[in-house]
Design a protein around this ligand. Sequence first.
Ligand SMILES: CC(C)(COP(=O)(O)OP(=O)(O)OC[C@H]1O[C@@H](n2cnc3c(N)ncnc32)[C@H](O)[C@@H]1OP(=O)(O)O)[C@@H](O)C(=O)NCCC(=O)NCCS
Length: 155
Amino acid sequence: MLLRMTAPFPEIRIATVDELPEVEQLLAAAALTREGLAACAQGGHLLVARADDGCLMGCVALELFETDALLRSMAVTAGGRRHGLGSALLARALDHARAAGAREAWLLTETAGSFFAARGWQPADRAAAPAGIAGSVEFMSACPSSVPAMRRAVT
Ligand SMILES: CC(C)(COP(=O)(O)OP(=O)(O)OC[C@H]1O[C@@H](n2cnc3c(N)ncnc32)[C@H](O)[C@@H]1OP(=O)(O)O)[C@@H](O)C(=O)NCCC(=O)NCCS
């Protein structure tokens, strides 16, 4: 895993529902969908990282379908990128998925395929997605069918 940020590293923790509007602003700035995010937060599957001054630096969310996890809504503020936070959020989200019983993770991305490929994700056929993943808002409506899927084992 690529981690270049040195201490102090922002703590990554489960978000409260109160933090949702701020997370939605970050996702809007990154042109990512907010559809279905409230359910992630309500389920305790939205993670955030804040700087010491309280500023939101990054976020990532999961939707869980038995042993399958959909990783979504991952963003780092424009000024905070390329310091390792995205990699740390990704690792933390996979830990969270593993602890919840997931064995495989899926995602859709139009813009960051090489970021995920460098971290063990492989291109996948959307049609091969398990039923829960295929029925998610991202797969069903929020992301056009042209947006590529990726998958990896949660080990
Ligand atoms: C993808 C993202 C979360 C990465 O965050 P980050 O904090 O910059 O990530 P890291 O610092 O851990 O990793 C940086 C590395 O990833 C690469 N990278 C970052 N964003 C990338 C992207 N969109 N596509 C390809 N590579 C990317 C950087 O070039 C850098 O590579 P290097 O290590 O070879 O120099 C961030 O760029 C972002 O918020 N993008 C907009 C939202 C998005 O596309 N989210 C993913 C889909 S859910």
